[in-house]
Design a protein around this ligand. Sequence first.
Ligand code: ZN
Length: 135
Amino acid sequence: MNKLKPYMGYSRGGGSVEGAILIFAHNIKEAKRIAWPVLSQIITDEYTDMAVTYLKDSGYLFDQMPKWSKAKLESNTPHVVDNPPICIDCEMWGCGVLDENGRCEDCAEQVRFDEEFMKKEMAKPDTEKEVDSGK
Ligand SMILES: [Zn+2]
């Protein structure tokens, strides 16, 4: 059976950072057809400005969807998700699996890095800290 595939719809001119919707459809033609009524209201008013791209390696998106969307996926019904779950830090979606804190992989790594840095900073002997604070 021809399964639904994830697509991202956004403004060609503004780029996906300006806002993007998630579309589940069987092919790009169908994705564009169902994306347009939504995109034309919130992102762009020119049909030629609409960009729809296939999101490859994004099987994780299927797991992240709210219940109503999952039900449509199960019944193989094409649909648009205009507010997919986003990362709490960068507020983007489609950038990978969200961890239990709601962060994407990039942001989770950033947080781990910052924590490591702070730990090292705190572990420094007092003499070094005095130099750092300019006393
Ligand atoms: Zn993020």
